[in-house]
Design a protein around this ligand. Structure first.
Ligand code: C2E
Ligand code: MG
Ligand code: MG
Length: 467
């Protein structure tokens, strides 16, 4: 036959070729009743390499990966390139799940070895999903789709490795699809709500701000957290409308609090990575500030390191303008990305939020060292440092000792509905967070679940949030 053809770049069999071969293997194995394995492989962070080092370099890497894979298979097996950084391997020589696992593991190890391309060393890894015939699929499409699902599970779990497909993955995928299909209506139906989590100044013990966190109040699935729908919203582009809604709602709420409470609270919103150049952040923020009449100093925006690095010059100018007007600019999840320190100094950032994994891992001296380093950076650049994810008294004492200025976490208050947050503010924090040895401070550990519903104690009103 004229078709089955080869991929131009790697000279490996292409997608059509793979399908054809799979179809024939299915027939042969249906007759014999033997097992075979399909490995679906996707390189990790290939986009970074491709964008960062150029497409010709990316192409060379794909060729080298193809060569390594080709060299790893046994007679009768087949490697194909499906397109982009996706490859598939039909392992007909796999007689058992153990064989398939061993092989996937070997491929993972093989690709972890650095590649030298044009004299340049580059490191990559692969996420592999594995399906077994006949258990995981009766058709070519089913086997490939399920292997793809398993591959995604590896990506979601931190990449580099392999996973066998399981039926549970399929039901979860269906669940996700059902949720996603309801997502476009959620905005119109008014199903999004913002919860507010207090941010506390360690020196004064006062609530100085709140982070607005979006939740989706669904008809059938209860309250869905951002991880359950934001990725889909980013994929479909709906995130732009969601961001705008969040910004509006947060400004409106902050203005209400300004008008009704003794002491105003600054509300911070998270802005997502994807933003079309047509509607700049600056325009959007200024528009919402104007609409709601909120003073810029009562609004904060949180951006991740990645976003800051990706931002174009005009967007950096936007941030500078917002900062100049008094909007607080925070770098979220600081310490996990690839911030260049030089970039930080030129970005007019007001606050660094230390990612909560560093706080969770405080028993490890390395994490303490990182927190201390961020604090000295903050001091040098006159940027406030907030520690996220504080869950225990021990953690709050440690980050205070390390020199952090602010804290946010379940220990000092869960994200809560606006009304609840208001009650929390009226009650004050009720505990003097500025004195580590305070018995009330230790007591709070036992009641941390109820931290924000603590009865008002003597002196609580003195601890009302202030500016
Ligand atoms: P983030 O901006 O880093 O928000 C902090 C997350 O940590 C929140 O999760 C919060 O509930 C959680 N958290 C706070 N204190 C603790 C603690 O002591 N322990 C633990 N384990 N977790 C704590 P949430 O609400 O699920 O939000 C997850 C992420 O979703 C946020 O991470 C943010 O990146 C994104 N996000 C949330 N709301 C919005 C939004 O309105 N717009 C956009 N674009 N992204 C949002
Ligand atoms: Mg945030
Ligand atoms: Mg964060």
């Amino acid at each position: 036959d004229a078709l089955p053809i080869y991929d131009h770049l790697t000279s490996l069999p292409n997608r059509a070729h793979l399908y054809d071969r799979l179809r024939r293997e299915l027939e042969a194995h249906r007759a014999s009743g033997d097992v075979f394995a399909l490995h679906f492989l996707d390189l990790d962070r290939f986009k970074y390499i491709n964008d960062g080092l150029g497409h010709p370099f990316g192409n060379r890497l794909l060729q080298e990966v193809g060569l390594r894979l080709q060299g790893a298979i046994r007679n009768g097996d087949m490697v194909a390139r499906l397109g982009g950084d996706e490859f598939a391997i039909i392992q007909v020589t796999a007689g058992s799940p153990a064989d398939a696992a061993q092989f996937a593991n070997r491929i993972n190890q093989l690709l972890l070895d650095p590649f030298i391309i044009d004299g340049r060393k580059v490191v990559t890894s692969a996420s592999i999903g594995v399906t077994l015939y006949p258990k995981d699929g009766q058709s070519v499409e089913e086997l490939l789709q399920n292997a793809d699902l398993a591959m995604y599970r590896v990506k979601a779990g931190g990449r580099s490795g392999f996973a066998f497909f399981t039926g549970e993955m399929l039901s979860q995928a269906h669940e996700a699809i059902r949720l996603q299909s309801a997502l476009p209506h959620a905005l119109k139906a008014g199903e999004f709500v913002l919860h507010y989590q207090p941010q506390i100044d360690l020196r004064s013990g006062m609530v100085v701000g709140a982070e607005a966190l979006i939740r989706w109040q669904t008809q059938h699935d209860g309250l869905v957290l951002p991880a359950g729908f934001l990725p889909a919203a980013v994929e479909t582009g709906l995130i732009q409308d969601i961001d705008q809604w969040v910004l509006h709602e947060a400004c409106r709420q902050a203005k209400t609090w300004l008008d009704t409470l003794n002491d105003p609270v600054r509300v911070s919103v998270n802005l997502s990575p994807l933003r079309s150049s047509t509607s700049s952040i600056f325009d959007m923020v200024i528009r919402e500030l104007d609409k709601t009449g909120l003073p810029p100093t009562l609004l904060g925006i949180e951006l991740t390191e990645e976003v800051l690095l990706q931002r174009t010059h005009s967007a950096v100018g936007d941030l500078e303008d917002l900062h100049a007007r008094g909007v607080q600019i925070s770098v979220d999840d600081f310490g996990t990305g690839y911030s260049s320190l030089a970039r930080l100094t030129s970005l007019h950032v007001d606050e660094l939020k230390i990612e909560r994994s560093f706080v969770a891992g405080l028993k490890d001296p390395n994490n303490v060292a990182i927190i201390r380093a961020v604090v000295s950076l903050g001091r040098a650049l006159n940027i406030a440092v907030l520690a996220e994810g504080i869950e225990t008294a021990y953690q709050i004492e440690q980050v205070r000792l390390a020199g952090c200025d602010l804290v946010q976490g379940y220990y000092t208050g869960y994200p809560m509905e606006a009304r609840q947050f208001e009650a929390f503010l009226r009650a004050g924090t009720a505990v003097d967070l500025t004195k580590p040895g305070d018995p009330a401070f230790r007591q709070q550990q036992h009641h941390k679940q109820l931290a924000h519903r603590r009865p008002v104690e003597a002196g609580a009103l003195a601890a009302m949030p202030q500016w």
